[in-house]
Design a protein around this ligand. Structure first.
Ligand SMILES: Cc1ncc(COP(=O)(O)O)c(C=O)c1O
Length: 464
């Protein structure tokens, strides 16, 4: 229960109940007959499946490009010196990162793996924003050598970075990740707290170090944040902190980084309205974030550069999963289960979202209520607890929309391997990741000598 007598306790998010029927469902609009989607990114779905198998994932390259162009242009309209470091962990398919790079994007990384991926795709170190709660010494050395913008996450890292920086002839530039109470629950696993002056203390330590130079402040308030006002408040607080540091310490804040988290049209579980109705536009986010910066611009030693680290808002809506119904079963109550060949191992966002799912053909049959389940031998492999679709039969194709963010990078080869990923572009279709075979799991393995016997001798494990 919320404690309304204690103003320091934020209220819990409200749950809506109708007196007789339990949680209130979505309004009737959300229950409409979902139209058939015979094409994805201008290509016939049946042809795609014939060529690349099922399941498969299609990226619409022009959509990736237009999402980037819209985001950067509305931020630059509010603050000209704005740059986007695309969140690589949101989707680290090389083709996705390379597409954004060809539009001029920088990279935002949280590991040495992502850093090297950016470098391999031609992003210079000094156009990489390096975040994350754990960075290895070697990755930090490379990042400093190549001029990446490294944001420090905590006291131990600050101390470690001080030691590494002493190996360099000149002072090394660093940024500080700050956390603050702008949303609930606060995103406080990362960075230095604002309200308890932890960030101020860290900035003082950096200013006293002969090996370090504080150049930036970073804030990422959370992920899937539909309210631009929260970004506005975060930016205002970051600006005030930056001005205070410039006044009180001998530092110049050259960049402010507002992170990512901008919501998409996907609908979270147990929410009343569809995501489309609640998420803000890039223009609204840009207006909220750039206004505090414009107001304070002249008070800085020189106006800082603005970095953004969007992920899902750039990639989510550009990707579609195609899947085949493999079986239809009757389950308890009135519901049927439709078993498809796409499971949560390649669609982990099904744990958070009610993805929009379309039939590829609509034969005009009555609409039925299905529990949509995947092929994994696990009870939790459920894509939708309840979805209304025209009566399904084994062999029917379905299209799952807006799956570009976090599905590939969080996927795993559990029970079934990952499928083919393709890019649709002006020149046609290109495979950007081939379907995996058993070797993806087994190639790394070795059988100890004492387990090799007559029965195992044909195993690929005996190759060596
Ligand atoms: C530091 C940082 N920047 C950017 C992002 C991208 O977030 P999103 O994909 O929600 O935009 C994340 C993801 O959590 C993050 O941790």
């Amino acid at each position: 229960m919320s404690d309304f007598t204690n103003p320091s306790m934020p209220p819990e998010s409200p749950e809506l109940y109708s007196a007789v029927a339990g949680p209130i469902g979505r309004p009737p609009g959300a229950e409409r007959r979902i139209p058939a989607m015979p094409e994805v990114a201008g290509h016939d779905v049946k042809d795609l499946v014939q060529r690349f198998g099922s399941p498969m994932c299609v990226f619409d390259e022009p959509k990736l490009r237009s999402a980037y162009q819209r985001m950067i242009s509305c931020f630059r309209a509010g603050w000209e010196d704005s740059y986007i470091g695309v969140s690589v962990k949101t989707n680290y398919l090389s083709a996705v990162v390379a597409t954004f790079r060809s539009e001029g994007a920088w990279g935002e990384v949280v590991s040495g793996f992502e850093y090297r991926l950016c470098r391999d795709l031609g992003i210079p170190g000094n156009e990489i924003l390096f975040n994350g709660p754990w960075k290895t010494d070697d990755d930090l050395r490379t990042a400093f050598k190549e001029g990446a913008k490294v944001n420090l996450d905590g006291d131990d890292e600050l101390e470690r970075v001080g030691r590494i920086a002493a190996e360099f002839e000149q002072a090394v530039a660093v940024g500080l990740r700050v956390n603050m109470k702008v949303n609930y629950p606060p995103w406080d696993k990362f960075g230095f707290g604002l309200e308890n002056d932890h960030a101020l203390e860290a900035a003082r330590l950096i200013a006293q170090s002969p090996h370090l130079r504080l150049e930036g402040l970073h804030l990422h308030i959370g992920t899937y944040i539909p309210d631009p006002e929260l970004y506005g408040r975060g930016m205002e607080a970051l600006v005030q902190l930056g001005l205070r540091l410039e006044r009180e310490l001998d530092v110049e804040i050259k960049h402010l980084d507002l992170g990512g988290g901008y919501a998409t049209r996907n609908t979270l579980h147990n929410t009343m309205l569809p995501g489309e109705a609640v998420c803000a536009t890039p223009e609204e986010y840009a207006a909220a974030i750039t206004a505090p910066l414009r107001r304070a611009a002249n008070q800085f030693k020189s106006p800082p550069r603005l970095f953004l680290e969007p992920g899902r808002i750039l990639v989510d809506e550009a990707a579609t999963m195609i899947t085949t119904v493999r079986a239809v079963k009757r389950i308890a109550g009135q519901q049927k289960a439709a078993l498809v060949d796409c499971g949560v191992h390649i669609l982990p966002t099904a744990y958070w979202y009610d993805h929009e799912i379309h039939p590829v053909e609509d034969y005009g049959h009555g609409v039925e209520d299905y529990k949509l389940v995947g092929p994994l031998c696990m009870q939790i492999d459920v894509l939708r607890q309840s979805v209304k679709l025209p009566a399904l039969r084994a062999g029917d194709l379905l299209v799952i929309r807006d799956v570009g963010a976090y599905n590939f990078s969080q996927s795993m080869q559990f029970i079934y391997m990952r499928p083919t990923y393709v890019f649709a572009h002006a020149g046609g279709i290109s495979v950007v990741r081939e379907a995996e075979d058993d070797s993806v799991v087994r190639n790394q393995e070795q059988l100890p000598q004492h387990l090799i016997n007559q029965e195992t001798q044909n195993s690929i494990l005996n190759r060596g």
